[in-house]
Each structure stands twice: as structure tokens, then as C-alpha cells.
Design a protein around this ligand. Structure first.
Ligand code: HEC
Length: 169
């Protein structure tokens, strides 16, 4: 009984403290702050990994791996994603200095996420980050093409690979 009472008192004090910090305007809300501390990344990463395993059903990409699909995936990535996630030639300044949390940089090596998880993230976005849902802007096929492209960065057909390494005008 005493333990439960102590526990509830602690929770109550923490809630009051949290409220006080927010009410006095002391909560750090600027996105300019440097990257999140390690503990914050650990907790957020843990929550995201577990949410994805539960909510993003693992399935095969319904599209075949062809040069045309990979090329389209690359073009969509360059139009819709590289401003934040960077590409093979340069990291995104915006993504690496202006977001909290910072935006993971893709483009140099293939993603280790499953294509269906990348697809799920494109479709749903990730709450409390700058990762928006692309559902209103891309079709399902287009999202699968980008997911396929990110998983095949290390094994692109020569033509697509050459385009990927050519600076955009
Ligand atoms: C406005 C900036 C922005 C754009 C544009 C953007 N993203 Fe993101 N994305 C983010 C941020 C911020 C995160 C980090 C979320 C986090 O820390 O959990 C993220 C995370 C992700 C992740 C999870 C990575 C990981 O390792 O946890 C994937 C996959 C992803 N984005 C794919 C895409 C794709 C594909 C596109 C283009 C269709 C795209 N994003 C466009 C900001 C962006």
C-alpha cells in the first residue's frame, strides 16, 4: 500500500513539474537545437521500430524489379525526397541542420528497411517529425517504386546508376 502511494505521489509530482515547465514557457521548442540526445533517440527509435513491426504488415513489393521501375523510383525520390534525405552526391543541408530530429540521409547505401516498411512510412508519415504522409501526392505504385529504388541502391542497373551519379541541373 505504501509503495503504491509513493509511486502515485511521484507520478503526481512529475506531472506538476511537467505542467510547470510548459506553463512557464521553459520547454525547449526550437528545432535549431543540435541533434536529439542519445536517450531521446533510443526511446523514439524503440517506439518506431515496435510500431512498424506491429502496424506495417510485411509484404512483397507488388511490382517487378525492372529498370523502368527503378528509374521511376529514382526520379520520384529526386523530386519528392532528396531535398530532406539528400542523394548520392550531397547531403541535404536543410535536413541535416534545420530539422529536429535531423533527417536520416539516404542515397549512399541501400536501405536496410523492408520495402513494405518504407512504403508504409511514405503512406502514413511519422508523427512529431518532419516526415509527412505522401498519400495525397503519390500513388501506391509510385510509393512502391521509391521503396524498390531505396532497397536497390547498391545494385542499380548501369543506366540508372549513371543517372543517379549525374548532378541534376
Ligand atoms: C520535409 C522533409 C522530408 C521529406 C521531403 C521526406 N522526408 Fe522522410 N523523413 C523525414 C524526417 C524528419 C524523418 C525522421 C523521422 C524519425 O526520426 O523518426 C524521415 C524518416 C524517413 C524514413 C525512416 C528512416 C529511418 O531510418 O527511420 C523513411 C523510410 C523516409 N523518411 C522515406 C522518405 C521518402 C521515400 C520520401 C519521399 C517520398 C521522404 N521520406 C520525404 C523528413 C522528410
Amino acid at each position: 500500500m505504501r509503495f503504491i502511494f509513493g509511486f502515485l505521489t511521484c507520478l503526481f509530482i512529475l506531472a506538476i513539474l511537467g505542467f510547470f515547465v510548459a506553463w512557464r514557457g521553459l520547454f525547449p521548442v526550437s528545432a535549431k537545437a543540435s541533434s536529439p540526445p542519445r536517450w531521446e533517440k533510443k526511446i523514439a527509435g524503440f517506439a518506431l521500430d515496435h510500431a512498424l513491426s506491429k502496424q506495417a504488415p510485411l509484404k512483397e513489393n507488388p511490382l517487378p524489379v525492372t529498370e523502368a521501375n527503378l528509374e521511376k523510383g529514382m526520379e520520384i525520390y529526386q523530386q519528392s525526397c532528396s531535398t530532406c534525405h539528400g542523394d548520392v552526391l550531397k547531403r541535404s543541408k536543410w535536413g541535416t541542420t534545420s530539422f529536429y530530429p535531423r533527417v536520416p540521409q539516404f542515397g549512399k547505401k541501400a536501405s536496410d528497411m523492408q520495402e513494405s516498411q518504407i512504403f508504409w512510412i511514405e503512406k502514413n508519415g511519422i508523427k512529431y517529425t518532419g516526415m509527412a504522409s505522401f498519400e495525397p501526392f503519390l500513388t501506391d505504385n509510385e510509393m512502391w517504386q521509391v521503396a524498390m529504388f531505396l532497397r536497390h541502391l547498391d545494385t542499380l542497373p548501369p543506366k540508372v546508376n549513371a543517372q543517379w551519379h549525374t548532378p541534376e541541373e
